[in-house]
Design a binder for this molecule. Structure first.
Ligand code: NAG
Ligand code: NAG
Ligand code: NAG
Length: 552
């Protein structure tokens, strides 16, 4: 009765078979669940009117008319008048990828001859880039145009976008419209979609210092980001525990600071990440956090801590009183600015521990000469301002954690402040934007903080602009970021911990402000999660249920 029972809307717990995991188990287990038991994807009674779209497009009309298509008679092609052609490798790669996502798991090859003769109604998806410069060979940026229109009608569907970035988002949406019936036939409903992101900055932070993440784990995550229309990988590449970034100017940094000679990102690794991301319309912003969080760096640029009158064996934050520090930083950021093509570098600046600075007599003397008194935050600002100057002189812009702003450093006009402290983050957004600075919000989206239950709903329910401020202040909020800090995360649990919890943030940052229906989101996200599984992303379950395509 299993499947039939589900289709008839009978509670999922009735299905008992040793084939399936034990979620159908005992009363003690059930008692813990306050949430109603939702039925699984594919259950008509529980379907969202928006199918399995995630994130929900800005404006859409889906008709009940559906068109049959078949893998062996379907093509993704450059449409007439497109400014991009077969020489646009970014699109060629995307066409191949999306064909694979749509049909790659299909068993159609094994079906008998009869089904192969079925008539199909949709024969192609045409992709048309409308502006003269498709930006095919460029890198995405904060101003990239990601808008697209998607029309599905007989006999061909059309994605129209100004730039390749919109085409990528449209391809993803088209692939999400595809559904397969129980007999293995494919359908796409007649649809009309106009779409664009609500926020320009939609990031995921990965931390490769607390645990090294092998290249493959990073690339897999970039795939998942594209499925959720994220467009920034904030690569928190180094920190106290390890320094895996292999510098060409200073090879000793990773030689001494990485966990092992194998736990490094070589220049080729970094280039691969950046190109893989570019092909998916994703920017890579590296974070070189200082002056704190630098225990893995070269000791000669750190402050020796004192115990009483004598240096102890420990080191504190970066030494802000030596000219050699700034010479070193200049050279390092020169390299980083060349290796990473994005306009922005994240400079960190969070959680600086002042106790070591305070213990060191040379630092104390420097403070006295500068008239800083005992305000170590002034010393911190002195340092950060110099680093901001260095980065500006290299024609790069910067992002900093909120303490840099809180401690009163003079920021560059285009410095972005990242708000991360959970305490009163709306007032922080108001303060930052009041002073005319751009902001991104991370505070409510620290996905490393886990607890029992469906915490994605909390991420989903955040409204980033829910602070008191003028219209122009709100326009300064560029977007937000889901952060997965690495204390308890390595390649074994990165993907399931991040997805689909980060998907909730993805929809909040992409979709219209009024897309807030949690129960509709649940239905779409459940199916979206199953789709991610099919595409090789080990996304964890949202709640009780199953995915139709596998023994999951
Ligand atoms: C697609 O078409 C089918 C068949 O007419 C219909 O049952 C279904 O509700 C449509 N899907 C959406 C998302 O509108
Ligand atoms: C450090 O640089 C400043 C300004 O460029 C200069 O005045 C100072 O003498 C330098 N200090 C040392 C120790 O070289
Ligand atoms: C959100 O608002 C837009 C118009 O402002 C409307 O077209 C759309 O249907 C609304 N979406 C939802 C899910 O309510």
């Amino acid at each position: 009765m299993g499947l039939l029972g589900l289709l008839l809307g009978i509670s999922a717990v009735l299905v008992v078979s040793s084939r399936y995991p034990t979620w159908a188990a005992g009363a003690a287990d059930k008692a813990r669940h306050q949430e109603p038991l939702f039925l699984s994807p594919g259950t008509p009674l529980d379907a969202s009117p928006f199918g399995s779209l995630w994130p929900l497009p800005q404006s859409l009309r889906i008709s009940p008319e559906r068109f049959r298509l078949a893998p062996y008679q379907f093509q993704i092609v450059h449409g007439p008048g497109s400014s991009a052609g077969p020489d646009c490798l970014l699109l060629q790669d995307a066409f191949r990828r999306y064909y694979e996502y749509m049909f790659g798991y299909s068993k159609w090859q094994n079906r008998d001859e009869k089904t192969l003769l079925c008539e199909t109604e949709l024969s192609s998806l045409q992709v048309i880039i409308t502006s003269e410069d498709s930006e095919c060979d460029k890198f995405p940026s904060i101003t990239s145009d990601e808008a697209y229109q998607l029309q599905v009608s007989k006999p061909t569907a059309v994605v129209k976008a100004g730039k390749v970035w919109g085409a990528l988002r449209g391809l993803e949406t088209f692939s999400q419209l595809l559904h397969e019936d129980d007999c293995g036939s494919y359908f796409v409903n007649e649809s009309d979609i106009t779409d664009f992101p609500r926020f320009a900055y939609r990031g995921i932070l990965l931390d490769t210092s607390r645990h090294f993440l092998p290249l493959k784990a990073i690339l897999t995550n970039l795939d998942a980001m594209a499925f959720n229309k994220f467009n920034v990988l904030h690569w928190h590449i180094i920190d106290d525990p390890s320094f895996p970034y292999q510098s060409t100017a200073f090879p000793e940094l990773s030689a001494q600071g990485a966990y092992s000679p194998n736990h490094v990102y070589t220049p080729i690794d970094v280039r691969n990440v950046i190109e893989y991301a570019r092909l998916r319309g994703i920017r890579v912003i590296p974070e070189f956090d200082s002056p704190g969080h630098t225990q893995s760096w070269r000791k000669d640029i750190l402050v020796p801590c004192y115990s009483g009158k004598h240096p102890s064996s420990s080191y504190g934050p970066v030494n802000p009183i030596l000219n050699t520090t700034y010479n070193f930083m200049m050279k390092l950021f020169e390299e980083v600015g060349t290796v990473f093509p994005d306009d922005y570098i994240h400079l960190g600046g969070d959680e600086v521990d002042f106790s070591c600075w305070n213990s060191n007599p040379d630092v104390t003397e420097f403070m006295r000469k500068k008239g800083f008194g005992f305000w170590y935050s002034k010393l911190e600002s002195y340092y950060v301002e110099k680093i901001l100057d260095i980065v500006t002189s290299l024609n790069k812009k910067s992002i900093v954690w909120q303490e840099v702003f809180d401690h009163g450093a003079k920021l560059q006009p285009d410095t972005i402040v990242e708000v991360w402290k959970s305490f009163l983050y709306y007032s922080e957004l108001a303060r930052v934007t009041k002073q005319g600075h751009q902001a991104i919000l991370a505070a409510p989206w620290y996905l490393d903080l886990i607890r029992y239950g469906e915490d994605w709903k909390n991420y989903y329910s955040v409204e980033p602009l829910n602070f008191i401020g003028s219209k122009s202040q709100k326009e300064l909020v560029l977007g937000g970021e889901a952060c997965l800090w690495g204390e308890y995360v390595d390649a074994t649990n990165l993907t399931p911990r991040l997805w689909p919890r980060a998907s909730a943030v993805g929809e909040r940052l992409w979709s219209s402000k009024n897309v807030t229906d949690v129960s509709d989101a649940y239905k779409r996200l459940t199916q979206h999660r199953c789709r991610m599984l099919r595409r090789g992303i080990a996304a964890q379950p949202l709640s009780v249920g199953y995915c139709g395509h596998a023994f999951i």
